[in-house]
Design a protein around this ligand. Structure first.
Ligand SMILES: Cc1cc2nc3c(=O)[nH]c(=O)nc-3n(C[C@H](O)[C@H](O)[C@H](O)COP(=O)(O)O)c2cc1C
Length: 309
């Protein structure tokens, strides 16, 4: 009853691990899959190994919110293929490979390399707020977003989703470019540009000075972005909602706003000790109970309902 579909990808439930949070190697991804999620997004993977920024890379703000500037640390696509292969041997959970590059050629290289692991979908990260030449700098260029999406679509047979930045005056511009390039769905949103200053040292706390805000504080912003995307695309383009989800009521809000699936990040592994992977079962129970008590038979019955008069 809570199954969902994004493009041609079927998920047993609409709860996906967000990129950058635990999706770093086969043993952790398997653990998350066994905890009941509908799908797993990997850490964003680039063409070559990348160390990321020096510490501090994370500032906890309290109430489950944080600012991170990891700098896209990853082992590089050649090395990461084995993690996808290994995860797929151990679990049936769909794997969404999140990828980044500085231009179309790098996106193609990473996608081609990771294809050897047979991921079930790709997510194009054109929205990291602290990625320097990677990330949101690309997401601001609609021609480039369209070209990257089109070229990756040419070489992969699985669905391709594009993750959009909230740090723009009009998110519809990159979203429409992604759709023109053939995207099978859009992922809304990446983190919000943010910073924190140490008043004793009188300096920014993060080594990168600024980073991206995540956690419950971004939920109303993410929800509005999902609502706007659904206003633009309706049922034509599946939306994966992400940003601050920490309980089943949040999930229902995102689905009513227009999301066909949601991702959960900060609520799982930051500001939590130990990591909160049991959240997937709690969300599933909450969503099932809500659908039943409100007289709906499946998740898809309520997608975008908040738009109806
Ligand atoms: C520590 C950390 C690392 C992240 N790394 C990535 C990443 O590599 N690629 C990406 O697309 N998003 C990354 N994100 C953004 C999340 O996937 C998500 O879009 C954002 O955190 C909002 O969701 P949340 O509030 O549920 O965490 C990261 C977030 C956090 C907190």
């Amino acid at each position: 009853m809570i199954e969902t579909t994004i493009g041609s990808l079927k998920l047993k439930n609409p709860f996906i691990l967000a990129s950058g949070v635990l999706g770093v190697n086969a043993s952790v991804m398997t653990r998350v899959a066994n905890a009941g999620c509908g799908g797993i997004t990997t850490k964003s993977i680039g063409p070559i190994p990348k160390a990321g920024y020096p510490n501090p890379t994370v500032v906890e703000l309290g109430n489950g919110n944080l600012i991170n500037a990891m700098g896209l640390p990853n082992p590089g696509c050649e090395e990461f293929v084995t993690e996808i292969i290994e995860t797929k041997k151990r679990t049936n959970a769909p794997i969404i490979a999140s990828i980044f590059g500085k231009d179309t050629e790098e996106f193609i290289l990473v996608a081609k390399t990771l294809l050897k692991g047979n991921p079930d979908a790709f997510e194009l990260n054109v929205s990291c707020p602290h990625g320097g030449k990677y990330g949101s700098i690309i997401g601001q260029d609609k021609e480039l977003v369209e070209e990257i999406t089109r070229e990756v679509k040419k070489i992969v047979k699985v669905p391709v989703y594009v993750k959009i930045s909230p740090n723009l005056s009009d998110l519809r511009v990159p979203a429409e470019a992604a759709v023109s390039g053939g995207a099978d769905g859009i992922v809304v949103i990446n983190t919000l540009r943010a910073m924190a200053i140490d008043i004793n040292y009188r300096k920014p706390i993060l080594a990168n000075k600024f980073g991206g805000l995540s956690g419950p504080a971004v939920k109303p912003v993410a929800l509005k972005c999902v609502y706007d995307m659904y206003s633009s695309f309706g049922d034509k383009v599946p939306i994966i909602g992400v940003g601050g989800i920490s309980n089943w009521e949040d999930v229902v809000e995102f689905i009513l706003a227009g999301a066909s699936a949601v991702q959960v990040g900060t609520a799982i592994s930051y500001c939590k000790d130990p990591v909160n992977i049991s959240i997937f079962n709690e969300l599933a129970d909450g969503l099932k109970n809500y659908l039943k008590s409100e007289g709906f038979s499946k998740t898809t019955d309520i997608v975008g309902l908040a738009h109806k008069d």
